[in-house]
Write a protein that binds this ligand. Structure first.
Ligand code: NAD
Length: 438
């Protein structure tokens, strides 16, 4: 089976590579020449553990290739769409890229083929795409398959190869093609859930919004824990041991971010309002998360006792989560500009995200080779991302060269007992503050 994957971003590159690893013939199409040139030279433009090796392996096996040439669409047995669907000003999903792709498919594949939508798209998009293609090519048959993706950046290859389920919205007539495509996974016992298109589209949004809601809720509980001297990590353990709740997505932190949760919560809220069925819970989740950013900024400035003149803040972690280079909609994008606006100087370190961050912050902040350089002579060090290497920092060495040994840990990477023993001023989330004198 020969598939063409349109869009070689975090989802398209992983999906294309993994399908080739599963034995399909895959051609990846993108409109960005820099990405395609890099991919053809055996390198990849994103950081995703295990992906570069898998790309190289499948190029060598002649099952995976990359191109800018849209004419390859004509030879596809199935076309998979994985272009971005970023948020518009009003929160709705921007379908410009998707609509462009639909035009390309009609133009370069006039005979009609199954079209699989992996991008996260508003409910009703599959139907609209079918209608657009029917208008453009009345005599051709394009079956539209909604196949939302649930991979997480940082563990994307593993998530794609061993998903807990694959959701597929399509007509019964095309189910056989999809089953064939996913045979290597179903042979491993991975279930396929067949639904109609709109249900599959809504499953994706519901899943992300539910997880976002858990995070926002736990963050509010963390605020309560802080004022009543309780410990949010133990609260998360305590409720997480209940199998009805589970422990995942129960980590208090600076609020949800990244390329999916903020835009998907906004998009589902927009869909709900458009259909006259606003979701109070979803809107509260979005509001709570927006407020979270403000309270994190206040947490940092109050660690400086509100005296912000000539202060230097070291930011450890720029990506929205660990094990990715993605900074899109991460907490650093709100927190850093707010601190800069207050006249605070920012130095930074991130194991993988500095190239992406540089595109956004330019020379407004400084970038360093390690946490020690970034925190040198800083008044406060803020841990924004839960990179594993931060838990191995020599805290005495680091705080020894800071102007004052104050750490604001927005990921609860250290125990408060450890920080109390080391005599470090330590402010974390939903746990008692440790001061050097305590
Ligand atoms: P991305 O921005 O990383 O990649 C999109 C790619 O599409 C880019 O390489 C871009 O150049 C290419 N593209 C855009 N228009 C094109 C066109 N007309 N022809 C060819 N290529 C084109 O996006 P992403 O993070 O991979 O997300 C893609 C979709 O998957 C989104 O809808 C997103 O919500 C969804 N999704 C993302 C994740 C994630 O973790 N990133 C997880 C699940 C679902």
């Amino acid at each position: 089976m020969r598939i063409v994957v349109i869009g070689t971003g975090y989802v398209g590159l992983v999906a294309g590579t993994c399908f080739s690893e599963l034995g399909l013939q895959v051609q990846c199409l993108d409109q960005d020449p820099d990405k395609i040139n890099l991919l053809n030279s055996g390198k990849i433009h994103i950081y995703e553990p295990g992906l570069e090796e898998l790309v190289a392996k499948n190029i060598r096996s002649n099952r995976l290739s990359f191109t800018l040439d849209k004419s390859i669409l004509s030879g596809a047995d199935l076309i998979l769409i994985a272009v971005g669907t970023p948020a518009k000003e009003d929160g709705s999903a921007n379908l410009t890229y998707l609509n462009q792709v639909v035009q390309d498919i009609a133009h370069h594949c006039p005979q009609g083929k199954p079209v699989m939508i992996k991008s996260t798209v508003p409910v009703g998009t599959a139907k609209n795409v079918a209608k657009q293609l029917k208008d453009l090519r009345p005599d051709a048959c394009y079956e539209i398959i909604s196949n939302p993706e649930f991979l997480r950046e940082g563990s994307a290859v593993q998530d794609f190869m061993r998903p807990e389920r694959v959701v597929i919205g399509c007509n019964e007539t095309i189910q056989g093609v999809v089953k064939k495509m996913y045979t290597p996974l179903t042979n491993r016992g991975i279930p396929l859930l067949f639904t109609d298109n709109q249900t599959a589209e809504l499953i994706k949004y519901t899943s992300n919004c539910y997880l976002a809601m858990r995070i926002a809720f736990l963050n509010e509980i963390a605020d309560i824990a802080e004022v009543v001297d309780a410990n949010i990590d133990q609260i998360a353990d305590g409720i997480g041991m209940d199998s009805r709740i589970g422990r995942k997505y129960l980590s208090a932190g600076p609020g949800f971010g990244g390329s999916c949760f903020p835009k998907d919560t906004a998009a589902l809220s927009h869909i709900a309002h458009t259909h006259g069925k606003p979701s109070k819970i979803l809107d509260a989740t979005i509001e709570a998360n927006n407020h979270r950013k403000i309270s994190m900024i206040n947490k940092i400035t109050s660690a400086l006792d509100g005296k912000l003149d000539n202060k230097k803040c070291a930011i450890l972690g720029l990506t929205f989560k660990a094990d990715t280079d993605d900074v899109r909609d991460g907490p650093s994008l709100d927190i850093i500009p707010a601190l800069l606006a207050k006249g605070i100087t920012i130095s930074s370190y991130d194991p993988r995200g500095m190239d992406e961050a540089r595109k956004i912050f330019g020379d407004k902040i400084t970038y360093h080779n390690n946490p020690y350089e970034a925190t040198d002579s800083a008044d406060v060090a803020v841990i924004l991302t839960e990179w594993a290497e931060f838990s191995a920092i020599d805290l005495m060495q680091m705080t020894g060269s800071m102007k004052s040994p104050v750490i604001v840990d927005l990921r609860n990477m250290f125990t408060i007992d450890k920080m109390a023993n080391l005599g470090i001023n330590y402010i974390s989330i939903g746990r008692p503050r440790v001061s050097s004198s305590s």
